[in-house]
Design a protein around this ligand. Structure first.
Ligand SMILES: Nc1ncnc2c1ncn2[C@@H]1O[C@H](COP(=O)(O)OP(=O)(O)OP(=O)(O)O)[C@@H](O)[C@H]1O
Length: 233
């Protein structure tokens, strides 16, 4: 099976000189194409830092970090920007643009794909919103949507470009049990339909069953069994 994400000997530090602090230690992780991996662990253990490195949102400082066969260690700003085009990002609901409608927010997920003409973007964005059950809320603003609906808009925006890699950070944090379950089911279905790979950070034990594998981060180290298949559910 093809490997989508391959991480070896990855360390990460914040700050400089005496204030330098190491937050990731010798991370080893391989994720196959189409796999759904959940990363759990205590607050401050380094999960978001690792997710943002994989997403090309910060630069790798050492070791090797390959995403879709592209080495991101040593990659320049342009290469990182290009690498980000393969990714869909789902964070907590608040990162929708409040002055834009649901449709306009989802359309933004296609703006890095300039080969599409505007009417095609509109059509794809509307179809995606229909797919997540919001066909009747295309022109609603985020403030007029519930937490679960906002998160479904965020999922539609992340997945509208059919990204090969989906990175999600606490996607259910602001949601009640049913809405949380709905959004992860949706992510799982869409990612499987599109053949995408998901790396999802969560503290939410209620959604662990969607994972093909769970890895555990503690004090900047990934659990030794992180490469062993640990099937749940
Ligand atoms: N930009 C930054 N500058 C300095 N230190 C940072 C920065 N971002 C994170 N850290 C530190 O790195 C460590 C890991 O943080 P990170 O956000 O990756 O943890 P986390 O496991 O995602 O936590 P949480 O579950 O609370 O989101 C923490 O000690 C945090 O304070």
């Amino acid at each position: 099976m093809a490997v989508a994400i391959s991480i070896h000997h990855l360390n990460h530090h914040f700050g400089h000189g005496q204030l330098q602090k190491q937050v990731l230690f010798d991370i080893e992780l391989e994720i196959n194409s189409g796999e759904i991996v959940i990363m759990t662990g205590p607050s401050g253990s380094g999960k978001t830092t690792l997710l943002t490195l994989v997403g090309g949102l910060r630069s790798a400082q050492s070791g090797s970090l390959k995403v879709l066969d592209q080495e991101l260690y040593g990659a320049g700003a342009t290469e990182l920007t290009l690498a980000r085009r393969h990714n869909g990002y789902i964070f907590q609901a608040h990162n929708l643009h409040h002055s834009l409608t649901a449709l306009q927010n989802v359309k933004m997920g296609l703006e890095l794909h300039p080969h599409l003409l505007l009417p095609d973007m509109e059509k794809r964005a509307a179809a995606m919103l229909e797919h997540v059950g919001l066909g009747d809320r295309l022109h609603s603003y985020p403030d007029d949507l519930s937490g679960g609906q906002k998160q479904r808009v965020a999922i539609a925006r992340a997945l509208v470009s059919h990204p090969k890699i989906v990175l999600a950070d606490e996607p259910t944090a602001a949601l009640d049990k049913k809405s949380g379950r709905d959004v992860v089911n949706l992510m799982q279905t869409l990612a499987k339909e599109q053949g995408g790979t998901i790396l999802l950070v969560t503290h939410d034990n209620r959604i662990l069953d969607i994972a093909d594998r769970i890895v555990y981060m503690e004090d900047g180290c990934l659990g030794k069994n992180s490469n062993a298949l640990e099937t749940v559910g």
